[in-house]
Design a protein around this ligand. Structure first.
Ligand code: LMR
Length: 331
């Protein structure tokens, strides 16, 4: 009798201890804390820990401190981390090449069209494609339009000829730089600064917040504010982890993610404007704005990439996004 009582007490103590253990969400990402994504991840952490009264603990691992680009997606699928926010340009290797539609040059005339896509049926359909990979899409976070950088002025398309340009792992970005006569090279984000510093690559593209926080401007003499393409994120979780959460916790976290997303998308533009101003203020990097004539030349050189990539991304998807633009008055 005593033994049974002791056994019962051990089980109760264990379940009580277990009930007290917080649910841990490891959130890995590759950018600096002082960026739109870095700040939004911290905001999600703060909201999740506050609103679950400590039942959930979010451990944020910024700046590739836990996993680099490619590794983090594998870690998520294995359940070694629970949450990521990879660039939309990094889903091709996962087998969901449709996400590379976000990389197409000039596919989004402005943020409003982008929001219509990510917040509407197109964004939801893209998230649906992740589920068979054991991944659940929770939100889209913005980081805005990209600038180009190199150690020579980049005013006209022909200025890219022969340059080794670092890209994210996206076939669309590969096609983009080949259309400019450059040689694209995929490198992990954490390796870009050193690759630029040592001349492994000559230049790259990113929103100003990434360029500045990774100190790329210290090894790039010329920046062109081209806004030729977009860079945003999908906040994703390991699907089994998410589905197995206690329903009340999952509902609370969904609310936290909604609020963190609102925050992320509200700060992105200003963060990038501030970063560009800081690059200019160093006086060491020339920041150039394309003339209207040059913008036209860039569009002429890059728009054919949309047609070229129909086979990879799907003509219907590209047409659907261009239809959204048309419905908002863009031709
Ligand atoms: C890059 O690899 O250039 C970006 O995806 C980094 C990031 O996550 O913003």
């Amino acid at each position: 009798m005593l033994i049974r009582l002791a056994g019962l007490m051990v089980v109760c103590a264990a379940s009580f201890a277990n009930a007290q253990q917080p649910i841990v969400i490891k959130f890995s990402h590759v950018v600096a804390v002082d960026t739109p994504k870095g700040k939004a991840a911290e905001r999600f952490k703060q909201l999740a820990e506050e609103r679950t009264h400590g039942r959930v603990k979010v451990e944020v691992y910024p700046n590739s401190t836990l996993y680099k680009d490619k590794e983090e997606m594998e870690a998520l699928q294995l359940g070694a981390v629970q949450m990521l926010a990879p660039s939309l340009a990094k889903f091709g290797p996962l087998g969901v090449r449709e996400f590379e539609v976000f990389d197409l040059p000039y596919i989004f005339p402005d943020r409003a069209v982008l929001d219509r896509v990510t917040e509407g049926p197109i964004g939801a359909q893209l998230f649906q494609k992740l589920e068979s990979k054991g991944i659940k899409g929770l939100a889209y976070w913005d980081n805005g339009f990209k600038v180009m950088s190199a150690n020579r002025p980049l005013h006209k398309p022909e200025d890219f000829r022969g340059l080794k340009m670092r890209i994210q792992s996206s076939k669309v970005l590969d096609a983009q730089f080949r259309a400019l006569g450059a040689n694209p090279q995929v490198l992990a984000f954490s390796e870009v600064y050193q690759a630029l510093q040592t001349g492994v690559v000559d230049g790259t593209e990113n929103p100003p917040s990434n360029l500045y926080t990774q100190k790329m401007n210290e090894v790039q003499k010329f920046v062109t504010v081209s806004n030729h393409g977009y860079l945003g994120y999908a906040v994703i979780v390991n699907k089994k982890f998410w589905d197995d959460l206690p329903p009340d916790i999952r509902t609370t976290l969904e609310g936290c993610m909604k609020d963190a997303t609102r925050y992320a998308n509200a700060i992105a533009q200003q963060e990038n404007e501030d970063a560009l101003a800081k690059v200019k203020a160093t006086g060491k990097t020339d920041v150039y704005y394309l003339t209207d004539a040059e913008k036209q030349q860039w569009r002429q050189a890059l728009l054919p990439v949309q047609k070229e990539m129909e086979g990879r991304i799907g003509k219907d998807l590209i047409d659907a996004i261009n239809k959204e633009s048309a419905s908002m008055g863009y031709k």
